[in-house]
Design a protein around this ligand. Structure first.
Ligand code: NAD
Length: 248
């Protein structure tokens, strides 16, 4: 156990308002790779699958790949110790919100309640014509593209943002509030390259929050705004923090 972990645990224990900010790295040990990098999803799939114009031009073709990545593959993943640790922190009043860039629903499956999905979620679908929203597990993906069960005319699209789409307004507003309120801000598994999400940790720092960062490698944040950089896998670092924060 090193001093940095001890210091981070003390900050979490004594903080009045703690917000977590998570990226693809927290779900890597659940079996979901990030998009980029050597074994990233884009090394196997064409990123254009998330191009909105292509989706509208041929939604059946786009849906074949979307189903494979975001429903067949993501659907098998289960929350890991890091997701569960954040849920436990919330349960004991030590974490107030999670802002996640992930669309995999693993925070909620791990027990977290106050989660703001900055890029939306694969757990729901929305009709491109009538805006009807429906839980993904209520949609039959045997025949593609899936049709809206309400208006029976529109195609359903996953309720996460494709390239070039705006951030969902409610999630954006709530994320800003939780960023501004934080006096401790925990970043887990994010390179800090995706705009505008990567501005949130900067904003937290500007507002005086202490920044704790967990990542296997230094990120854009590590040498700029991070106060305590905990290098390692999210589950391993969270296990050490769990022992210290919940120690009686
Ligand atoms: P990113 O892909 O840019 O970076 C992932 C980060 O996680 C890297 O810094 C890497 O060093 C770190 N990492 C890898 N394994 C780790 C581990 N075991 N423990 C801790 N850290 C680890 O991630 P990003 O910043 O979230 O941005 C990518 C975009 O991709 C986001 O918009 C996100 O919505 C999307 N995405 C989401 C999922 C998901 O929902 N699980 C998966 C892939 C991509």
């Amino acid at each position: 156990m090193n001093n940095l972990i001890l210091e981070a645990a003390e900050l979490i224990k004594n903080s009045k308002h703690t917000t977590a900010f998570t990226g693809a790295g927290i779900s890597v040990e659940s079996g979901i790779p990030p998009f980029r990098g050597k074994n990233g999803l884009w090394s196997k799939y064409d990123p254009n699958v998330l191009d909105l114009d292509r989706f509208y031009a041929n939604s059946e073709k786009a849906w074949v790949v979307i189903r494979e990545i975001f429903y067949d593959f993501f659907g098998k993943a289960k929350p890991n110790f890091a997701h569960n640790f954040l849920a436990r922190l919330e349960e004991y009043g030590k974490l107030h919100a999670i802002i996640t860039q992930n669309i995999d629903n693993l925070h909620q499956e791990g027990g977290s309640k106050n989660v703001y999905e900055f890029h939306g979620t694969a757990n729901a679908m929305v009709c491109v014509l009538c805006d009807n929203k429906i839980l993904s597990d209520k949609v039959d993906l045997t025949n593609l593209p899936p049709q809206c069960p309400k208006c029976k005319k529109g195609v359903l699209k996953p309720d996460f943002i494709f390239f070039g789409e705006g951030i969902p307004e409610q999630a954006y507003m709530n994320s800003l509030k939780e960023t501004e309120k934080a006096n401790v801000f925990i970043i887990i598994g994010s390179t800090g390259t995706v705009m505008p999400a990567c501005m949130l940790p900067e904003k937290a720092k500007f507002n005086g929050a202490k920044i704790i960062e967990i990542n296997t490698e230094p990120s854009n944040f590590s040498h700029s705004i991070t106060d305590i950089f905990l290098q390692g896998k999210a589950t391993e670092i969270c296990k050490q923090l769990d022992e210290l924060v919940f120690k009686v």
